[in-house]
Design a binder for this molecule. Structure first.
Ligand SMILES: *Cc1c(COP(=O)(O)O)cnc(C)c1O
Ligand SMILES: [Zn+2]
Length: 405
């Protein structure tokens, strides 16, 4: 039995689980699309009840799950490899470098974790339709998990989403509604849709269980390191919800006494999609005016979870970094060539951020244990790296024609 209440991250008021669904009823009343969400809810677990049940030798993560396992969809999500990247790490002065390869999720991105938990919640509530707006991955994740659970997925996407992601959602049987406009337009429209026509809204951070779903990546990393938190985690940030999820996961582990301190969290954004970066630097929020980037999954004008994202960086003494499209594609190629992990541009952005940090004054020390989240599979968007790839010309099928090396 999940023992938790929701607490508003702004006014701190607490609510029983079934008294609220999305934002804090008080603070959320002030929210209008076009600003970062206000009144995002945090699931606060009954630490005493949980701690006494935790077996440190083999932690039962369902104690920290906000939905009971009997409601889980059949699709297996998470449990992705933590890949040691020693050779690559040594080039950066960090031999204890790891890549958490979340591209190995069923739909190919970390978003499966959030969709999984929200669809479990839909099952608990008896909701037959789940709705979301997405730049692509949240939608392909929702489509896959809904297909597994036998629930309808209704999806608003910007019409320019990468084709592979669109193919995924359509094949999984989702109702896909491409929107003429940006992700921010799709986000607003989906809120209006669920307010007037119903269904459970899975928009990132708007539904608090998206954060709870994403936190599972931190529980896994800790378990894979032998019940120890790393020193630093690099996360690419668009809406800032993966970042918040990673933060929440480690914070829960501190609360139940499984780790003693938080890792430093580093958020990496694309140069023009940098609203969280500037918010952390200046303390003043403003939208990214033209968030164009090759990393479509982190292209956001108005990050829904900007406030929590900023807090995660400040509380853990982390930092934000921005990277150019060239740096992202360069990082993607290097990561693939050195580790075999092929991650989409948004995933590679996190690694590009680490490269940048290591080249600067704030470089992490040699003994630091560092995890880079590879958040999505490289095959999600091959158009992005295609221009930089030279595919050799075909030869006659004779041995003489094979170039000598
Ligand atoms: C969604 C996504 C991100 C960014 O997550 P936010 O919660 O929007 O910050 C990063 N990488 C990939 C592959 C994603 O799909
Ligand atoms: Zn509130």
């Amino acid at each position: 039995m999940a023992a938790f209440v929701y607490r508003c991250t702004d006014c701190r008021r607490e609510f029983p689980r079934d008294a609220v669904r999305y934002l804090c009823p008080d603070c959320g009343a002030r929210y209008r699309p076009g600003v970062p969400l206000i009144g995002v809810l945090e699931a606060v677990f009954d630490v005493e009840a949980i701690t006494s049940k935790f077996d440190r030798a083999k932690p039962d993560w369902s104690l920290l799950s906000a939905v009971e396992p009997q409601f889980f969809p059949p699709l297996v999500v998470g449990r992705t490899p933590l890949v040691p990247a020693r050779r690559l790490g040594e080039q950066l002065g960090l031999p204890r470098l790891f890549i958490k390869n979340d591209g190995q999720n069923p739909s190919g991105s970390l978003k499966d974790r959030a969709s999984f938990l929200v669809v479990a919640e839909a099952a608990r509530l008896g909701e037959k339709r789940v709705v979301c707006a997405s730049t692509g991955n949240a939608a392909s994740a929702l489509a896959a998990v809904c297909a597994s659970a036998g629930v309808e997925a209704l999806i608003f996407v910007p019409e320019k989403a990468p084709r592979a992601k669109l193919v995924q959602m359509v094949l999984a049987g989702a109702r896909v509604i491409p929107v003429k406009g940006t992700y921010d337009d799709a986000f607003r429209l989906s809120l209006e849709f669920t307010a007037k026509r119903g269904g459970l809204n899975r928009n990132t951070a708007y539904h608090p269980l998206t954060i709870e779903g994403k936190k599972t990546v931190s529980l896994e990393i800790t378990e894979q390191l032998g019940l120890r938190a790393p020193d630093a985690v690099f996360v690419s940030a668009g809406d800032g919800v993966i970042l918040a999820g990673v933060h929440k996961g480690f914070a829960d582990l501190v609360r139940v006494g499984l780790i003693s301190s938080m890792p430093r969290l580093f958020a990496v954004q694309a140069e023009k999609s940098d609203a969280i970066h500037r918010y952390v630097q200046t303390g003043v929020y403003s939208d990214a005016v033209d968030p164009t980037t090759v990393a479509d999954s982190i292209s956001v004008s108005c990050p829904s979870n900007a406030h929590w994202a900023r807090r995660a960086i400040l509380e853990t003494k982390g930092a934000t970094v921005t990277v150019s499209d060239d740096e992202i594609l360069e990082a993607q190629a290097r990561l693939t060539a050195m580790t075999g992990v092929f991650t989409e541009p948004a995933g590679a952005a996190a690694f590009a951020g680490l490269v940048k940090v290591q080249a600067g004054a704030g470089a992490l020390p040699k003994d630091a244990e560092v995890v880079v989240l590879a958040t999505g599979h490289g095959l999600k968007d091959i158009d992005a790296p295609l221009a930089r790839v030279k595919i050799p010309p075909a030869i006659e099928p004779t041995l003489d024609a094979v170039p000598v090396t």
